[in-house]
Design a protein around this ligand. Sequence first.
Ligand SMILES: [Mg+2]
Ligand SMILES: [Zn+2]
Length: 194
Amino acid sequence: MIRKGARRAAFLDRDGTIIEEVGYLDRPERVVFYPWTIDAIRALNRAGLAVVVVTNQSGIARGILDEALVEETHRHLSARLAAGGARVDAYYYCPHHPRGTVTPFARECDCRKPGRGLIDRAATDLGLDPARSFVVGDKWTDVQLAGAVGARAILVRTGGGAAEERRPVAGVAADAIVDNLAAAASWILSANRQ
Ligand SMILES: [Mg+2]
Ligand SMILES: [Zn+2]
């Protein structure tokens, strides 16, 4: 399934990594980019990496959000990025939660991070090689996701990341822990040259 010559990707968590963590993002106008996000994503674009957002949106299963709203939010993100010359190639979200209330999303699934389903779908759709790729996020579950697909993991201290750093999880280690997405992009660009 993974083709030879498949592209490298930067799989980016959304909330707490590219935009501020605001709880359930129930209106696109509540999006707040970190000041470095657009520059960081543009740098990844220019390096030839696919940039793919992978995000758990259990608010859908919980009845707080719906898919139309999540998709509207992603169009809003893309418009803001485009204005700064940056691009997310694709967005993948998990709408599920086993303790949700909304059919058909209230169930176990393979795509809620740290499950690898979102990355597997992206790899198939876009011709990516996860084992040569990078995952950036503010939670240990993002680091575990990287481990599941053989990618390198970068934990950022934005969002919940600083608190995660103070609460290590046995057997889960990031390849790098850095202050924010700008530093993560720099780390990826230097690793990408090797
Ligand atoms: Mg996050
Ligand atoms: Zn799911």
